[in-house]
Design a binder for this molecule. Sequence first.
Ligand code: SDX
Length: 432
Amino acid sequence: MTDKKFELVDRATERKAQLPVRNGTIGPSVVDISALNKDLGVFTFDPGFGLTAATESRITYIDGDAGTLLYRGFPIEQLAEKSSFMECAYLLLLSELPSRKQLEEFTSNIRYHTMLNETLLRFFNGFHHNAHPMAMVSAVVASMSAFYHDTMDIYNPRHREIFAHRIIAKIPTIAAAAHKHSLGQPFVYPRNDLDYCSNMLHMLFAVPCEPYQVDPIASQALDLLFILHADHEQNASTSTVRLAGSTGANPYAAISAGVSALWGPAHGGANEAVLAMLEQIGTVDNIPKYLDMAKDKSSHFRLMGFGHRVYKNFDPRAKIIREMCHKVLARLGRSDNPLFELALRLEEIALKDEYFVSRKLYPNVDFYSGVIYSAIGIPRSMFTVMFAIARTVGWVAHWQEMISDPGMRIGRPRQLYTGATKRDYTEITKRS
Ligand code: SDX
């Protein structure tokens, strides 16, 4: 808290509210409005929470104007170049980069929780073969609430740690099981001799009939994509996990709520929508027509993978992924990828268009990620599932930060009521 205060005066009544200002370590200060309703009898109004700090957090920082993203203070560009997803998971969960020994122990804890209870595996047989993988993943993650009663005291730090290891370890196995169910192929068990991303690819693509060799280029690309998708402060799905968790709900139920929120095309579902959009656009000649549709509100068409609530500059993750596309496609011998070429031209043309420039609409994390997922063989229906696997680390980090805060309160927003005033019931016989 600082001594700085804002004073709000109701000129009609001369009532005043003294609103303390709180500074963070970096970024905008916040006005503590807790006295507002008591002093002036009003609420604030901020649909979509565009200007509302819902919590204090020490995990991730975004500067939308500068295009900055820090995980526990470390720039995403440095982590992308030098770190690994498991190391970033440790950093996001435990605040500091691990020593070699700490990383080995953490990675081992994750590795030895990757198997699923066999009865949980049988849940997949209940889904229609063309169920969307996100529907299966959110359902099976929620079903984990029906297991693991031995470690469900959310106020016990050891139980929280075991939950973190279990969900981070099992979400790739659940994702791969969903994919195999969609294909009608047998489930492939996790392997303890493979690293996190190689294991993911092996469970997705191996079949019992022949050995499967994971392509190290694909595994490295996936590891980098997971780093970039691991956390992003109070985004919609993370806020969903916090709100669900604030009721004291089972943490698997809270994570499942996050999976469901991520699925929307305005959020994590955009990566799948971008590929569909690029295929719909088809050729560079069609780009102007689709840009006109994106500007025409009545068309309900949006340029998927463009725009962001916070970034009013390039999403730093989009820049890194765009560079990755060049390298991964070249190393996979797929440099002439038509979808990537189309995406590059679309970005170039859109960023010269006044509509996008004036609204500061730049490519976001979802614009290029699908090009890489496709290049390493991941089907479009699994793109958002891959996002969910990575973001599970961020969801768990935020859930743990909230639950371990002694000042935690249940989340309960207020409203501006504009409905009917009080009126009496009329018997149906008297209604017209
Ligand atoms: C993610 O929050 C996070 O951090 C999310 C995320 C994470 O890591 O967790 O970064 C991941 O969700 C990335 C975003 C993925 N979604 C998309 O790519 C879908 C397309 N983008 C939009 O729907 C939109 O840009 C949002 C949802 C991302 C942001 O919406 P906002 O902040 O509510 O912005 P808005 O809808 O108020 O748009 C402001 C203006 C509007 O025009 P005007 O009313 O001023 O005339 O920009 C226009 C919008 O119509 N606009 C677009 C557009 N995005 C915004 N017009 C065309 N195409 C677009 N993509």
